[in-house]
Write a protein that binds this ligand. Sequence first.
Ligand SMILES: *Cc1c(COP(=O)(O)O)cnc(C)c1O
Length: 230
Amino acid sequence: MLKKNYEQILDKIDNTCNSTNIPNSSVTLLAVSKTRTVEEIRILYDLGVRDFGENQVQELVKKYELLPKDIRWHMIGHLQRNKVKYIAPFIHCIHSVDSIRLAAEINKYAIKNNRIISVLIEINIANESSKFGLDIKEVPDFLDEIHVSKNIISNGFMTVAPYTQSPEDNREYFKKMYKLYIDIQNENRDNVNISVLSMGMSDDYQIAIEEGATIIRVGTELFGQRNYIR
Ligand SMILES: *Cc1c(COP(=O)(O)O)cnc(C)c1O
């Protein structure tokens, strides 16, 4: 089932890219493996998937220890400062940076581990009270402030679009994200290298690709429904 789901998603990505003239090499499928077993991850790994996303530090560290070391692990969930130290030695990218204090803590542990850690700034694109993330207007000041953190590099932006019955509703939010991405790229800041736009999930990733996503985060369509109580 996993193999079939994976191949179908790759086909959909290809089709979306072809019909919008986007090179399909510019879109990375991030397999969201939260709640999934190492055996399931291993199946995808054997099919060539190298990017996996998790939202719990403990689960992420455990899977990191059990699985091949060339996997690129992405932290996509809300991150508490006191847990940064556990993932700093190996994390590939942290998608959920939403405060200066969190950025400073990541920088501190990046230094300790002698690494540069890639981060994305999380944007609360629809200003939902239930969601984490910055308002677009806060981004320039935020980038100014994290400028001092030399061991993190801001590679772009991430958003979790609203839950909706009709994914097409999210297109306007993806457009706003893309505009932010291009605007900040054009500022040519020296502390950033804006090349990643992480948006789109199982229900709306094709729309996100059409609007410029470079990373789509897919869980349910790849692995099936999640069961949180196993
Ligand atoms: C769980 C999760 C996803 C994947 O969602 P699906 O609808 O299962 O594809 C993507 N992004 C984040 C931040 C998540 O927590």
